[in-house]
Design a protein around this ligand. Structure first.
Ligand SMILES: Cc1ncc(COP(=O)(O)O)c(C=O)c1O
Length: 439
């Protein structure tokens, strides 16, 4: 197992891909230099690349595969549906089953609308908030990722030169973002309740929605403080805006989602990833009066919404099987594994005398090569030396049989064993040793 390697079958596939896909890539998030590993198969906590090298999968398709790969119960549910047909121009019972489960588990969710991705779910939630309030603007957190809807990706990766004052500016992520989009996005600092409240109240009745991920991965994967979430809840109520919790990732933190852990009720919640059991999915759920914007029973709805593959029964059945496997005991076990891994990595930083920390909660963790307090996007942004240390660390993991996201994210899965966690801690410790030697 050696990455990169001149004779790798992955390298050959990548070379072929460059002839047909821009930069050989069709998903920016999986791009790796000098070439990505191509996967041959996955089973449980493991993946095998096309060279036959086996690794513990700590990305799990960017947090979606909470049961790892090829789980027998999910495969069986999908197999049964395949025999019955994969999608129709009519509804199936499966969408009722999954919607019922989400309403039962998440206190603030009274009705559900399915989409095909988290991006679509966030877009649909923002449009629902606009339709409900009759207002144009949306507030989002600096550095937080919510998929690729124009409005949701504003100020995803501003550099220090663009930060300006304490109040974040509305910075385009993609070139060509219309001025009108920037004008209608208010960017909030994370974990700063006073500033967020001041900025929200200043927008007042222009704001349709306040969009927040309570533990934003790209903004450092540190949990929002209870005061911050409470400030957003109160400010939303004060100006009559819709509070949208993006739980596309954080729904894997607990049985009732992150909002049950933070003790707050969102008005709308977006879901994705784990609720599809490994198949494409997204959903918006929330207050019945807001969700009524989708209701076609009285004629043209306030917000028409379709989608050829929305609520397709393969995704619905796979998602239902995945969520049924996630009982309270499963969440406790995932959280215990996460705690042990974070503690093990933090002990390794201390042992090797390398500045660093593992943050996160439950089954999600992220490694930062700094000991400064990481509280928001700006404090999480790695300095050049920290980025180099992270790259050395990630390569060290990869060559010791552990696959994690290039920016330090790990997401655990239920088939992982204690032995797997020991292996990841050992590999992380050795990789931190690589960093110590490279300094
Ligand atoms: C918090 C959050 N919201 C939305 C999305 C978009 O989901 P999808 O990739 O399914 O479009 C993501 C994807 O990683 C996410 O992390």
């Amino acid at each position: 197992m050696r990455y990169p390697s001149a004779s790798s079958a992955s390298r050959a596939l990548y070379e072929r891909a460059t002839h047909f896909l821009p930069g050989g890539n069709t998903r920016t998030t999986v791009y790796m230099k000098p070439y990505p590993l191509y996967v041959a198969r996955g089973a449980g906590s493991r993946i095998w690349d096309v060279d036959g090298d086996e690794r513990i999968d700590c990305i799990n398709n960017f947090t979606a595969q909470i049961h790892g790969h090829a789980h027998p119960a999910i495969n069986e549910a999908v197999r049964r549906q395949l025999e019955l047909g994969t999608c129709f121009g009519l509804p199936t019972e499966s969408e009722i089953d999954l919607a019922e489960l989400l309403c039962a588990r998440v206190r603030s969710v009274q009705a559900v609308r399915f989409t095909n991705s988290g991006t679509e779910a966030v877009m649909t939630a923002i449009k629902a908030a606009r339709a409900f309030t009759g207002r144009p603007a949306v507030a989002k957190v600096e550095g937080a990722y919510h998929g690729s809807y124009d409005y949701a990706e504003v100020s995803l990766d501003p550099g220090p030169a663009q930060w300006g004052t304490v109040d974040p500016a509305s910075i385009p992520y993609a070139q060509g973002t219309p001025e009108a989009v920037l004008h209608d996005v208010l960017v909030l600092p994370f974990n700063n309740p006073e500033a967020a409240r001041r900025l929200i109240l200043a927008q007042g009745d222009r704001l349709a929605a306040i969009l927040v991920d309570p533990m934003p991965n790209r903004a450092g994967l540190v949990p929002a403080t209870a005061e911050y979430i409470q400030a957003l809840r109160l400010a939303a109520d004060e100006i009559g805006a819709v509070l949208v919790f993006d739980e596309v990732i954080t729904f894997r933190l607990g049985y009732g989602g992150a909002q049950s852990l933070w003790g707050v009720n969102a008005d709308l919640t977006t879901f994705g990833k784990i609720i599809g059991g490994g198949f494409p999915v997204g959903a918006v759920g929330g207050r019945a009066d807001i969700m009524a914007v989708f209701d076609p029973s009285g004629g043209k709805p306030v917000l028409p919404h379709g989608g050829t593959f929305s609520a397709n029964p393969v995704s619905m059945r796979a998602g239902l099987a995945a969520l049924q496997l996630l009982d309270h005991a499963a969440f406790s076990r995932l959280a215990a594994m996460g705690d042990r891994l974070r503690a093990g990595i933090n002990a390794a930083f201390a042992q090797h005398g390398v500045a660093g920390q593992a943050v996160g909660a439950g089954s999600l963790l992220k490694v930062h090569f700094t000991t400064r307090a990481v509280v928001d996007y700006r404090s999480a942004l790695p300095a050049p030396a920290e980025a180099r240390a992270l790259a050395t660390f990630m390569l060290g993991l990869l060559n010791r049989g552990v696959f994690a996201a290039s920016y330090g994210l790990m997401a655990l899965s239920t088939p992982m064993s204690d032995v797997d966690i020991d292996h990841v801690i050992g590999a992380a410790s050795d990789a931190i040793g690589d960093v110590a030697r490279s300094c």
